[in-house]
Design a protein around this ligand. Sequence first.
Ligand code: ISC
Length: 355
Amino acid sequence: MNYNSLVQQVENHYKDRKPFVLFCPPESDNIQVYLQKDSTLYTTNDFSENGFVFAPFDFNGEAICMPVSKCDCSEVSFQKETIEEYTITASEDHIEKEAYLELVRAAMTEISGKKAKKIVTSRPHTLNSKPLQLSLLLKRLLQLYPGALRYIWFHPKTDLWCGATPETLLETNGISFKTMALAGTRKINEKRPPDWTHKEIDEQQLVTDAIVQSLQRVTSVVRLSKTYTQKAGSLAHLKTDITGVLKNGKTNLATIVGTLHPTPAVCGTPQKKAKSFILEREKYQREYYTGFLGPIDQLSQSGRLFVNLRCMKITDTTITIYVGGGITAASIPEDEWNETQHKLGTMMQVVQPML
Ligand SMILES: C=C(O[C@H]1C=CC=C(C(=O)O)[C@@H]1O)C(=O)O
């Protein structure tokens, strides 16, 4: 099968409102597609499947799963090509901005009261859109952000989600694992590297420390890379690679995911305090934004799960883009708003021709 006939198949599947997922790992030019043959919403608790999981932020141990055994699966490669990039200006809605600034200030009050060290606040931004053009959406996602996990997920019970995420939640292969601490955001300036401030360095260190601590129970060896700048489209983040060995016998994919998710990069620290702030104070449901997704294979004891960032939900007439940022005692609310505007721009770039 070639790329064009695969896209045609996916479009037909979508017209029939049948579930599918299409994904392309970072730096790969191979797309994998699972076309589910029925419309059942399959779930998994123990991740003992061969399939693709899709889980919400407020994960209670059960994730949606598209099992390979219920799907027609194929893989095709695509050619790199240059596509048109637009000048993007995310409009500033006064009410939306005030509500976000208030949320950031509330998070800072929580932090100054010593209830949390970091809280990741977020907001949805909804745009009216033309009818979805799947082939155009896929092309722009694939070509614009080659360093990200790019995906389009559809199930009639969840609607259509797509994204280009820079963040790995967990990669396992037998007893070895990889994860990362990703935080701090700067718009890339081609002329010079980002001059990371204490706010961003401390914020990212909090993420590293919390991940290492949470992994203690389930790992026998943990190694950390140096912290470095990672590009994600037009943005840069601070990143530490975390690798190691899982404790034999004690750990499976479900237990490590339960330990890691939601990471301090999308929730905050301490996790419980930050999560209850988010659930109480954000005035919307995150649903699958800041959840996780990816292929798992119980047979080979492997999985490659990503955090659902830089993502959006698409309906017949609207596109909702989700953006957030880590708040610490050193945050400046106006800067936090601007950071979410930059993140919004990266996803608007994908869908601009559909607006
Ligand atoms: C919550 C988001 O980003 C997280 C991941 C990387 C950097 C982040 C930051 O700089 O605040 C956030 O923790 C988002 O992009 O919606």
